[in-house]
Design a protein around this ligand. Structure first.
Ligand code: FEO
Length: 395
C-alpha cells in the first residue's frame, strides 16, 4: 500500500520482513529490509527506483492501484543492482516506451541485466528534469557503492533521494526515523556503512562535501532501504562523515576461533591484561565460528585495535578466521592497530599467517604475536595477560 510522504511524494516500495541474508550470504539482515520506491506526482509524474525481482508483480499491481501506469512520464533509476531494478522488466511490460533516466553506467548495467532496448536517457551531475512546480537534479555518485549510482535531489520538496547511501536494512511499517527506535536504526546504518560502504570512504567524504557545497536545503533524505531521515536529516550525514574518517571508538575487538578451548583461554587472558592497564577501554570478544561475521566486522570497524586468534590447523589457520580476514581485507580499514595470537600442537604457523594477512589488509601489526604450545597452563596464561597489558600500553 502506498504511503504519503508529502502532498506530491508517496512511498510505493516493498517492506521485506523475511529477509535474513543479502548479497547471497555476504550480509546478514537480522531486522529485514525494505526496497523503497517513490512516486512523485507533479504536473509530470516520476517514479524513483523499483523493488527486488521476487516482488515485481506485487509492486506493479500495487502501483497500478495507485496510479494509471501510463500516466508515469519518467522512471528514474538511481542505482541498478537487482534489489532496486528487479521489477523493471515487469513494469516495462506495461509501459515499454517510458523513458528511463539513469547514468551511462546505469544504462550499461540495466542492459547487462535485462537485455532490453528500452528508452534510456543518460544523465550527469547537474542535469535537471522539470516536473512542473518541482524539479529533479541528478548528482552522480560513482562507486557509492556501484559505478552507476546517482542521487536525485527534488527542489520544491527539498528531498534527497540517496538510494543505498544513508540506508539501513531495517523493516518497519513506520516511514520516518522519528517513529522508530533510533538506537536500532543507527546500529543498522552503521552495519550497512561498515560492510558495504567503508571501502569507498574517501569517495563518501568527497561526495558529501560536494553536496554540502551545493547549499541545497534538505528537509528529508529518502534512501532505498529502511527509514526516511525526516527528523534532523543531517544527523546521518554527520555520522557518515565521522564513519568515513578512519572511524574508531575506544574499543578493542578480540576475534578468534578455537578447536579445544586453548585459543579461547588465550583470548580471555589477553582481554584481562588489556582491562588491567586500560580499564575504560571497551574490550569485546567474539568466537568468529559462532558469531555473525557482519556483526563482528561492524565491531572491528568501530575499534581502535583488533586482535585475531586462531589455532594452527593443517599448517594454516581456521576457515572462519581466514574468512574474516578476507572480509577485513575488502573493507580497506584505516589507522587500526592489530596483533595475532593462537595455540598450536606441532607446526605453529597460525600467528605468522595471521600477521601476514593483517598487514596485507592494511592494518598496523604492532608486535610479532603470541603463540602457545598445547593447552595453556597458569604460567602460559600469565604470559597471555602480560601480552594484553603490553598491547594496551602500545595503544
Ligand atoms: Fe540496495 Fe546496491 O543495492
Amino acid at each position: 500500500m502506498a504511503k504519503q510522504i508529502t502532498s506530491r511524494v508517496s512511498w510505493v516500495g516493498k517492506i521485506d520482513w523475511e529477509l535474513t541474508k543479502f548479497h547471497g550470504d555476504e550480509l546478514s539482515t537480522h531486522r529485514g529490509s525494505s526496497y523503497n520506491s517513490y512516486l512523485i506526482r507533479d504536473k509530470k509524474v516520476a517514479l524513483i527506483d523499483t523493488v527486488w525481482q521476487p516482488y515485481d508483480r506485487e509492486f506493479v499491481t500495487r502501483l497500478a492501484q495507485e496510479i494509471n501506469l501510463s500516466d508515469i512520464d519518467y522512471i528514474i533509476m538511481n542505482h541498478n543492482e537487482i534489489d532496486h531494478s528487479g521489477a523493471l522488466p515487469e513494469l516495462m511490460r506495461h509501459i515499454p516506451d517510458t523513458p528511463i533516466y539513469c547514468t551511462k553506467k546505469g544504462e550499461a548495467i540495466i542492459r547487462g541485466h535485462y537485455h532490453q532496448d528500452w528508452n534510456f536517457v543518460n544523465v550527469k551531475t547537474g542535469d535537471t528534469l522539470d516536473l512542473g512546480d518541482t524539479k529533479l537534479t541528478f548528482i552522480e555518485a560513482n562507486m557509492l557503492h556501484w559505478p552507476d549510482t546517482m542521487f536525485t535531489y527534488m527542489s520544491g520538496e527539498n528531498i534527497l533521494f540517496s538510494n543505498d547511501g544513508f540506508g539501513q536494512h531495517y523493516a518497519t511499517e513506520s516511514l520516518f526515523n522519528d517513529a522508530v527506535c533510533m538506537a536500532e536504526v543507527m546500529q543498522e546504518a552503521e552495519k550497512y556503512y561498515a560492510n558495504i560502504l567503508n571501502t569507498y570512504s574517501m569517495l563518501v567524504t568527497k561526495k558529501i562535501q560536494q553536496i554540502l557545497s551545493m547549499n541545497l536545503p534538505i528537509d528529508m533524505i529518502c534512501p532505498s532501504h529502511g527509514v526516511i531521515w525526516k527528523d534532523n536529516p543531517t544527523q546521518i550525514v554527520e555520522k557518515y562523515l565521522q564513519w568515513a574518517d578512519a572511524y574508531q571508538e575506544d574499543q578493542v575487538t578480540i576475534a578468534y576461533d578455537t578447536m579445544w578451548q586453548s585459543t579461547r583461554q588465550m583470548a580471555q587472558a589477553i582481554a584481562d591484561g588489556i582491562r588491567q592497564v586500560s580499564p575504560t577501554t571497551t574490550v569485546k570478544l567474539f568466537n568468529v565460528a559462532i558469531e555473525d561475521k557482519n556483526d563482528v566486522l561492524t565491531q572491528i570497524f568501530q575499534s581502535r585495535a583488533v586482535l585475531i586468534g586462531s589455532p594452527t590447523i593443517n599448517n594454516g589457520i581456521s576457515f572462519a578466521v581466514a574468512g574474516l580476514l578476507e572480509m577485513m581485507h575488502g573493507m580497506k580499514l584505516k589507522k587500526k592497530k592489530a596483533a595475532a595470537f593462537g595455540s598450536y600442537g606441532w607446526s605453529g604457523e597460525c600467528v605468522k599467517e595471521i600477521n601476514e594477512r593483517l598487514a596485507a589488509a592494511g592494518l598496523e601489526v604492532i608486535n610479532d604475536g603470541l603463540k602457545m604450545l598445547w593447552v595453556p597452563d597458569e604460567p602460559a596464561l600469565a604470559q597471555c595477560v602480560e601480552y594484553g597489558r603490553e598491547i594496551a600500553r602500545q595503544l
